[in-house]
Design a protein around this ligand. Structure first.
Ligand code: DHB
Length: 542
């Protein structure tokens, strides 16, 4: 629960603030355990350097570890922090109508807690640089710290996480979207969420699919149910997340108000309110998991693996590639800007023309003439003419070099991938979620079929499922980013989300960052500006 106020004070405060807000907008629907305590904050001051390098003195109200469901399974994760700016650079700020950045800090489908954060941008997993308060969730998620540091990318072992939640980097510098958003005058909500390694005393895994997305939806519902009490515009909730957090952010955007989560939300005692969000920000989303093995081989099949220096079993790789061809054709997506139907035969050309060459062009154009000459001399596969970079897909793949993962990248034959754990159930730590990998299982499983609940779990976890259905509750604005050297998944994964949203008529802003790896965010200031643009927010100084 919120700190700093007794229940009695909370009730009085809640009534007082609702009454104030009543004249303008509707009042809070939340009651009882789900009523936000408007007085339960501490006033904090911090200095935030914005994306342009300018320092800002920010005074804000900080609500810590507010439980967002009535029947929590584990409050350490099912709680959120709220930060509301009240003064920026000595000028009073009224954030009551500001967009709300809903920034999850999930990484690796691991548990994510904000309970020990000491201020804005402090959530995340233990031991992740920039991922939050030291010691956060250490006792409840013992494996988070150890696995999070295993970032060498040598394979797909359980618990191996390449980056942490909110662990975005820009040229080696940590990027905190929560901090940048606060300094821009926005309200920031940072939700915790259960993750795959959480196990209770009976040995039951209680954070595996679909726990994380159900938690994030419950948190959105909580914010909306407390409209007018939690400052900010609940019609302008903008989600952000990186990697597994980017997957969950895009899923949140795609699945707004979908009924397929109802029973899970009800069980938790989630607020009775919409969980639709206005806009979605997703960096390197690790999603569409049941099709990701095929997509991975289509993309990186001929590259050597970092851990072995060898190419993977080409029979397996080819079999998976043909699955990708079938899947991609069935999606019936059209590429952006009139490219036409996307398939396994033309997706290389699509990526090169739509994303990779423009990405290299932007990168090279920003260099000084001498730096550009040096780069081009070291990368002769690029032709630079008329201010534009051109190259072939094959040369691009060679340029990227070793792939991070073995094969299959996500549903490992030996159940060792983190995603196998994400689809664990009950006391079973890891399960197969594709028929192909079950058939090739090396752990001694004899089942011929996937467990009967797996198809439902896959639907619950996959934004592509929802985007194929034109869900009316989906977000209509999409900011998607991915590094061109990110081989944590296929480069087609985010491009497919972008194409699916675009084909539905949504506003899509998707760029690839040239030569950047997993978790990079080299244009965070543009995202902050984009939030103002799509939400129509002009800022409000008192
Ligand atoms: C993350 C990275 C992965 O390679 C993966 O398979 C799942 C999640 C992450 O960084 O969150």
């Amino acid at each position: 629960m919120g700190i700093g106020a007794t229940a009695g004070v909370a009730a009085v405060g809640g009534i007082a603030l609702s009454a104030q807000a009543a004249g303008s907008k509707s009042t809070s629907k939340a009651s009882g355990a789900l009523a936000f305590d408007p007085d339960g904050y501490t006033k904090l001051t911090t200095t935030i350097t914005d994306a342009a390098g300018t320092e800002h003195d920010v005074t804000y109200h900080f609500w810590k570890a507010v439980t967002y469901v009535a029947n929590p399974v584990d409050e350490a994760y099912q709680s959120l922090n709220v930060s509301v700016p009240v003064e920026i650079d000595g000028t009073a700020v009224d954030a009551s109508g500001a967009p709300i950045l809903f920034a999850n800090a999930v990484g690796g489908y691991m548990p994510s807690s904000v309970a020990d954060a000491t201020g804005v941008g402090g959530g995340g997993m233990t031991g992740i640089p920039g991922g939050g308060a030291p010691g956060a969730s250490a006792s409840a998620a013992p494996s988070a710290s150890a696995s999070a540091s295993a970032s060498s990318g040598t394979g797909t072992g359980t618990g191996e996480v390449q980056s942490g939640g909110n662990a975005m980097v820009n040229g080696g510098e940590m990027v905190s979207l929560p901090k940048l958003a606060l300094a821009a005058g926005y309200v920031v909500v940072e939700p915790g969420a259960r993750g795959r390694t959480l196990k209770d005393s009976d040995g039951e895994y209680y954070g595996v699919a679909p726990a994380a997305i159900v938690d994030l939806k419950a948190a959105v519902r909580y914010v909306r149910a407390n409209k007018g009490v939690i400052p900010g515009d609940t019609d302008r909730i903008v989600s952000s997340g990186v990697s597994a957090g980017g997957a969950l952010s895009s899923l949140l955007g795609a699945s707004g108000d979908s009924r397929i989560y109802d029973t899970y939300l009800k069980e938790l005692g989630a607020a009775d309110a919409s969980d639709a969000i206005f806009a979605t920000g997703a960096w390197c989303p690790i999603t569409d998991l049941e099709h990701a093995d095929g997509a991975y081989e289509w993309n990186w099949g001929s590259n050597v693996t970092a851990s072995t220096g060898k190419v993977v079993d080409q029979t397996v790789s080819k079999a998976l590639q043909s699955q990708f061809a079938e899947y991609q054709a069935a999606l019936k997506l059209r590429g952006l800007d009139g490219f036409g139907p996307l398939n396994a035969r033309n997706y290389d050309e699509y990526l090169v023309k739509q994303y990779l060459e423009p990405s290299a062009t932007t990168y090279l154009a920003a260099l000084s003439a001498s730096d550009r000459a040096t780069y081009l001399a070291a990368n002769t596969f690029i032709t630079w003419a008329g201010g534009k970079a051109t190259f072939s897909w094959a040369d691009f793949l060679t340029h990227v070099g070793a792939r991070k993962k073995t094969t299959p990248a996500f549903d490992a034959f030996d159940l060792s991938a983190g995603e196998n754990n994400e689809f664990g159930k009950g006391t079973t730590v890891s399960r197969h979620f594709t028929a192909y990998s079950l058939k090739s299982d090396t752990t001694g499983l004899t089942a011929r079929r996937l467990d009967s609940d797996i198809p439902e779990m896959l639907r619950l976890m996959n934004p592509m499922y929802h985007l194929g259905k034109e869900n009316p509750g989906r977000s209509r604005h999409w900011w998607i980013r991915l590094g061109t050297k990110d081989s944590d998944t296929s480069l087609t994964v985010s491009a497919n989300i972008a194409a699916a949203a675009d084909n539905l008529g949504d506003d899509v802003n998707h760029l690839y960052y040239w030569d950047e790896g997993h978790g990079s965010n080299t244009d965070p200031g543009d995202f902050i500006k984009w939030i103002a643009k799509v939400s129509g927010y002009k800022g409000k100084r008192k």
